[in-house]
Design a protein around this ligand. Structure first.
Ligand SMILES: Cc1cc2nc3c(=O)[nH]c(=O)nc-3n(C[C@H](O)[C@H](O)[C@H](O)COP(=O)(O)OP(=O)(O)OC[C@H]3O[C@@H](n4cnc5c(N)ncnc54)[C@H](O)[C@@H]3O)c2cc1C
Length: 489
């Protein structure tokens, strides 16, 4: 056995790093403050209903498959994934409904039905974003990223002349407005910027790779609910010999010079060799590194936080058969919604609502005659706004009232709410931001916290707040990248 590695946090990034490092022969211990692993990939049961609490969509399933393959296992022997079709149904308040499909021809037929004036350009757009993905994936997703110098390195010299076409110089929204006529098609594509907590009106058009990832690789759902992903990853880690200590908060870090020498876990000092943090990057600096004499990089402190989420979990009387697991009910004032989220940092007065009803994909997740509704709206990264219970109740009522504009009148039998304050406390995500920093500037891809922490010799970071970014496949990749970096020490 070579070095010992300590991982702080059993989110997906931490679990992935632990598995990859164990496979390379390291002795790995994870300390997780919560009583169960998985971080934001969490779930709740309520009167026989299963509710996802965080992610509801798995994209790029091949990343999970490859992780199991690396361990000599077949993913399908552990978990059954089903494609979700349509990937999502989008509604507007004028009664328009549009289905997105992973199947290319069906998607084009639907675009031709709803937005005939844009169908040829949409076909070209799909080709362009596929090329964008191919051109950028190795630099921005699958490899370590060391900032601007990485982009202009000899290895990536072919990318520099493509700077314009990669979309760094215009926003997502502007790039779409220049190509398409239909405001609804633009709004459908704009929404993908929120997949990493950003605004389409500020984020660079490079984020147009996100619809490629969902539309080309599909949206998937595991039998038994999203938490099955955590269960199979945890079993894999433990079967390989990773030690996972739950209810074990890392409360302090001991340093000698620029090296972490110990972690304090539940009051006990554990000496350190190599440390991997799966904690939200800014939170790690503010609460653990700065107090140990390792000051926060100013750049990181200044970055805008990604948005948070206001989540409502409702058991609802079932009325008829539902065709779509995922639905979006768009705001009529989309720009205003992002202005509220990122400029005034207030409750959006007219919110876009995302609904996931997982019982559509797996009937065993609900009880007869009822449905398990997960309603998510974007919220500003200001947890203090949600400390007032009356306000939270009023906002929940506003969300349900807004659904009436789409002829949705659910009979709600029980309701629980998770606010940005809960997200901050439960997952230690500073300000309740789901993805660390937002990508609301053309420089954000270059500014994101790297996986090797500069100025701390034996510290690495994984997870949604660091390279390559948030979302299940990317945080799994961050664990793989860090394992490669540690091995090449
Ligand atoms: C509402 C919501 C919806 C989402 N929807 C999707 C989706 O549909 N598809 C998708 O791909 N992604 C989605 N995401 C994003 C996805 O969940 C995250 O990007 C991913 O799960 C984050 O993983 P992570 O590795 O960053 O760890 P996290 O989930 O952030 O976990 C970090 C872990 O570290 C622990 N920790 C923190 N501090 C300490 C400490 N001091 N000591 C010990 N342990 C500590 C925490 O308790 C936590 O368990 C969603 C997220 C949310 C919240």
């Amino acid at each position: 056995m070579r070095h010992h590695v300590q991982v702080i946090g059993a989110g997906l990034g931490g679990l992935s790093a632990a598995i990859h490092l164990r496979l390379k022969g390291y002795d790995v211990t994870i300390f997780e403050k919560n009583h169960e692993p998985g971080g934001k990939l969490s779930r709740r049961y309520d009167a026989g209903h299963y509710f996802d609490l965080g992610p509801t969509v798995l994209t790029m399933p091949f990343v999970l498959e490859e992780l199991f393959k690396a361990a000599g296992e077949r993913l399908e022997d552990h978990i059954t994934l089903h494609p979700v079709e349509p990937t999502c149904r989008y509604y507007w308040s004028d009664g328009t409904a549009f289905d997105a499909w992973g199947e290319r021809e069906k998607l084009l037929e639907e675009v031709a039905r709803c937005f005939p004036e844009d169908v040829n350009e949409f076909r070209r757009f799909l080709g362009d974003i596929a090329r964008l993905y191919e051109a950028t994936k190795d630099v921005f997703l699958f490899s370590p990223f060391r900032g601007v110098r990485e982009f202009f390195s000899l290895r990536n010299a072919r990318l520099a002349p493509m700077l314009g076409s990669l979309g760094f110089t215009q926003t997502v929204h502007r790039s779409l407005e220049r190509r398409f006529h239909s405001p609804k098609l633009i709004q459908f594509l704009d929404r993908f910027a929120t997949y990493n907590g950003s605004s389409p009106y500020s984020a660079p058009a490079t984020l147009n790779v996100i619809p490629h990832v969902e539309l080309a690789f599909g949206a998937w759902y595991p039998e038994g609910g999203m938490y099955r992903i955590v269960e199979v990853l945890t079993s894999l880690a433990e079967s390989l010999g990773v030690k996972i200590h739950l209810s074990s908060e890392v409360e302090g870090v001991g340093c000698e010079g620029k090296r972490i020498t110990s972690l304090t876990v539940n009051g006990v000092r554990e000496s350190s060799n190599i440390v991997i943090s799966n904690v939200d990057a800014l939170r790690m600096w503010k609460h653990l590194l700065d107090p140990a004499g390792l000051p926060i990089p100013t750049r990181l402190e200044r970055e805008e936080r990604s948005c948070s989420g206001f989540l409502m979990l409702a058991t609802v009387e079932k009325v008829g058969e539902r065709e779509s697991h995922h639905s979006i009910f768009f705001s009529d004032h989309y720009r205003q919604e992002f202005n509220d989220l990122f400029e005034t940092k207030s409750f959006p007065s007219e919110m876009t609502i995302y609904r996931s009803v997982s019982s559509v994909s797996d009937l065993s997740l609900t009880v007869e005659g009822e449905e398990n509704w997960y309603l998510l709206v974007n919220a500003p990264a200001r947890p203090e706004l949600f400390a007032n219970r009356v306000r939270v109740e009023k906002y929940s009522e506003m969300v349900l009232r807004r659904l009436e504009a789409f002829n949705q009148h659910p009979t709600v039998r029980s309701l629980s709410v998770m606010t940005p304050l809960d997200i901050e406390e439960r997952y230690a995500s500073l300000d309740g931001a789901i993805y660390g920093s937002a990508s609301n500037s053309i420089f954000s891809a270059f500014m994101r916290q790297g996986n090797k922490v500069k100025g701390v010799e034996n510290l690495y970071m994984v997870g949604g707040s660091v390279h390559p970014g948030g979302g299940i496949p990317l945080v799994l990749l961050s664990g793989k990248i860090v394992a490669q970096m540690v091995e090449s020490l």
